[in-house]
Design a protein around this ligand. Structure first.
Ligand SMILES: [Zn+2]
Length: 232
């Protein structure tokens, strides 16, 4: 693991957040999640529970809880006798496979979802996209990790509304957004995506399945092209 960064910890402590018992586990989780997403904890590197205990000045329990949750999200790997490691960076081959899968499933799901969208569902998607656009908080790493999470929610909601649970499970199982956002920690990754999400929402609002399919395809292709330089 890289040298621990205390910014999140200090910021959280000074605001009193990390000391509230009811949100302690959540705060510890968020702090480690932010470090993993921003590569502060490098992909593949060892994560030592004792180091995190010292860094966050908390007991082992919330650290282990957070690492268990992150393991379920594919960001942390637990190995017998060795312990926890940050999940390795996605390989180029896996990346290509992932985008091939996304391009097969998500544009079609967007087209299908279009017919099911009432005002309530459209509002859910607009809210998910809107959260990404808001630049709340001064911690760049937390903002970036929140964007990744919201992007996952936005895309998942569309597939949910397309009403095919198998497609939804298949995509969720890839933990796509956590892996791709770790490839590149750059504001371009987030800013350009916002406009593309707007285009998808506009097609949904117009009730035009062909436009929805196209807008989703363009978004995924652009996302791929934005991230490809990470392999150069
Ligand atoms: Zn997106």
């Amino acid at each position: 693991m890289q040298k621990p960064d205390l910014t999140v910890d200090n910021e959280a402590r000074s605001s009193g957040r990390i000391q509230r018992a009811n949100s302690l586990a959540g705060d510890v989780y968020e702090a480690i999640f932010g470090q993993l997403m921003s590569l502060r904890i490098a992909p593949g590197s060892r994560i030592t529970v004792d180091n995190l205990v010292k860094e966050f000045n908390v007991s082992h329990t919330p650290i282990r809880e957070a690492l268990g949750r992150l393991e379920g999200e594919g960001l942390v790997v637990k190995t017998h006798l060795i312990g926890f490691r940050a999940a390795p960076q996605i390989t180029r081959r896996r990346f290509d496979e992932l985008y091939e899968l996304r391009l097969l499933l998500e544009p079609a799901a967007a087209a299908k979802a279009t017919a099911t969208l009432d005002d309530e569902r459209l509002a859910v998607l607009q809210e998910a996209a809107g959260v990404m656009a808001r630049r709340v908080g001064k911690d760049e790493r937390l903002r970036y990790s929140n964007f990744a999470r919201q992007d996952a929610i936005f895309h998942d909601k569309i597939v949910e509304f397309a009403q095919n649970e198998l497609i939804r499970e298949t995509l969720n199982h890839q933990h796509t957004h956590f892996h791709i956002f770790r490839l590149m920690y750059h504001s371009r990754v987030t800013e350009e995506a916002l406009d593309e999400h707007e285009a998808i929402l506009a097609a949904f609002a117009a009730g035009d399945p062909d436009a929805s399919e196209k807008a989703m395809r363009v978004h995924i292709e652009n996302s791929r092209d934005r991230l490809l330089p990470a392999f150069e």
